[in-house]
Design a protein. Structure first.
Length: 585
């Protein structure tokens, strides 16, 4: 029962969140975890559970779930563990596999499991009706006031600041901080007139339904683990996301203009597409569907503003990147984590409020924009889109993208890629994984995928002309300040593996001494760690990324000891499905 004053005003809250999905639930949970004195109200227009698209996750979400204390509850639900994906995309119709980790590192698959070991490096495929409900109930258990079935009808504002919200029941909701976490509905963003930039020709539409049959996904699952299946058509692509052994989300994504000119109804183009793709048709043989094909626009965009005097945008209402990367939930969870830390710091009053707000906006806008750029590359380099090749060409031209592997990498990494701050990562791919994917794409010319530091005998830092500033790093309810270098739009955060590499290269230049120095530095930085191999690999990938961006100068002198770095077309985490993963040497 909600108490109200005689004039219909709900007593004030510290934080009022519009939207009870993963963004709102994550935000509320983290605020209450680190400052239980703050009063958090979450308003959700629907009654959970309810269906929602966007079921495929990326590894960074696990860390956020652990941080907010929800990992064990989500794990107890038994959602399939996502190991990666299988694609037909790029140069050939032969399926190729992408994995978050090498298969030989998968150990005990007993469920439920702790957030540790290999499970901290993979993801889940979740049924959103259950997933979202678990998270909202978790926020409530931490002390958030959750009200379902309440729609915000009007946002009252003056001079850019919100005075109160008005519900469809005529209530006035008053708070000190207002957060729009309402997804595509963008309740606050739209009523405040915040415009969005859609810096891409990626204007797609998506159609989907849910399919069921006993044992439907048994051929695709192994000990509760599975990969999302992506299949290209001449005019778009199909997702097949196993939600359990018996139920699957199946969707079609295609160019909006192509759909419009086809003259077909959503149900028609959807079912024709599924029948036309042999693998999908085979998996769905004998299965039944709800008979309700849903649709939405998948236009990538970024809001021009992410905050105001007393409000913030969070999650999808701040920005959306095409679903080919399955980054939607990851961007939402991590955005909510950053915003929670920002609000907590604003409440402490120890840091400059304007800087905290600007950092939140700049970092989150940049992260969405970077994923959009990556999606543009994926579409531009898919030679299987025979019926929409002209649109793919325009996407590349409009983005200023040259379909050469080295140039594409420079273009993508400009400005920094930091799904994991201090480490090259985007869309679940590290640098070696990214380059391995490039082997599969359609490029101009010979399409050779090479490493900048392959053959390097001497390495030297090049920070000339760079300016130094501070960058926000949200962590455990705080916003830490880390040093970042900027030059010509490129950014290098001096944290994690980048900092480790910079420290070693400040002392050593010869390749053999750099390698030895890195190994010593890693051992010192991670005492007690028995498997230092992946950490060393990440450090070498950091050097490669720094060299491509110009932060490291490479020399190749004859007769000197040289670094050897290459990415095979058939590897441990990316390989042709018919050949299987390469064995570790």
């Amino acid at each position: 029962m909600v108490s109200r004053s005689h004039d219909g005003v709900v007593p004030g809250h510290d934080v009022v969140v519009v939207g009870g999905g993963p963004g709102g639930a994550t935000l509320g949970s983290l605020i209450r975890k680190y400052n239980p004195r703050l009063r958090v109200l979450i308003l959700e227009r629907e009654h959970f559970p309810r269906e929602h698209v966007g079921e495929s996750q990326l590894p960074p979400i696990g860390r956020v779930l652990q941080e907010m204390g929800a990992w064990e509850k989500i794990e107890a639900a038994g959602f399939p563990v996502k190991l990666g994906a299988t694609y037909t995309w790029g140069k050939t119709t032969e399926p190729w596999v992408f994995g978050f980790i090498p298969e030989q590192e998968i150990r005990d698959t007993t469920r439920p499991a702790k957030y540790a070991g290999w499970r901290s490096r993979v993801a889940l495929q979740v049924e959103r009706s259950r997933y979202d409900e678990i998270l909202l109930e978790h926020a409530s258990s931490l002390g958030c006031e959750v009200r379902q079935g309440v729609r915000v009808a009007k946002v009252h504002h003056d001079g850019g600041a919100i005075s109160h919200l008005e519900t469809d029941q005529g209530e006035r909701i008053v708070g000190r901080h207002y957060v729009d976490a309402s997804g595509n509905a963008a309740v606050i963003r739209r009523q405040l007139g915040v415009e969005v930039d859609a810096p891409t020709l990626l204007r797609n539409v998506a159609f989907w339904d849910y399919w069921e049959k006993p044992g439907l996904n048994a051929p695709l699952m192994k000990n509760g683990t599975v990969r999302v299946q992506i299949r290209s058509l001449g005019f778009g692509w199909i997702w097949y996301i196993a939600l359990s052994e018996d139920r699957t989300s199946v969707g079609l994504v295609c160019n909006a203009e192509y759909y419009k000119t086809s003259g077909k109804r959503p149900e028609q183009i959807y079912h024709e597409a599924l029948k036309a793709e042999p693998s999908v048709a085979g998996w769905l043989s004998g299965a039944s569907h709800r008979g309700k094909v849903e649709s939405t626009t998948d236009w990538s965009y970024v809001a021009r503003r992410a905050y105001g005097p007393n409000w913030f945008l969070c999650g999808e209402c701040l920005g959306f990147a095409d679903p080919i990367l399955a980054a939607g939930l990851t961007l939402t969870h991590t955005c909510a984590e950053h915003l929670a830390c920002t609000i907590l710091e604003l409440e402490r009053g120890e840091q400059d409020a304007a800087w905290l707000r600007r950092q939140y906006e700049e970092i989150q806008q940049r992260r969405v924009a970077q994923h959009i750029k990556f999606a543009e590359y994926w579409y531009s380099a898919n030679g299987l889109f025979k019926e929409v090749l002209d649109n793919c060409t325009k996407i590349a031209q409009g983005a200023g993208l040259k379909l050469d592997p080295a140039e594409a990498f420079r273009w993508l990494s400009h400005g920094g890629i930091d799904d994991h701050l201090g480490q090259f990562a985007i869309g679940g791919l590290g640098l070696s994984g990214f380059k391995a994917v490039q082997h599969r794409f359609s490029h101009d010319g010979d399409g050779v995928v090479a490493c900048a530091i392959d053959g390097a005998t001497h390495l030297k830092l090049n920070f000339a002309g760079a300016t130094r500033s501070m960058m926000a790093a949200p962590q455990m309810g705080r916003v830490l300040k880390i040093e970042v270098l900027e030059r010509d739009g490129a950014r290098l955060p001096l944290v994690g593996h980048y900092k480790l590499v910079a420290d070693v290269l400040a002392k050593e230049h010869a390749a053999d001494r750099v390698v030895a120095g890195l190994k010593r530095a890693i051992a010192a930085a991670f005492p007690g760690e028995t498997n230092l191999g992946p950490l060393f690999s990440q450090a070498m990938q950091a050097i490669e990324a720094m060299a491509v961006r110009g932060w490291v100068e490479v020399e190749k002198r004859p007769e000197a000891v040289a670094i050897r770095m290459s990415v095979p077309e058939e590897g441990e985490i990316i390989y042709s499905q018919s050949k299987g993963p390469a064995k570790k040497a």
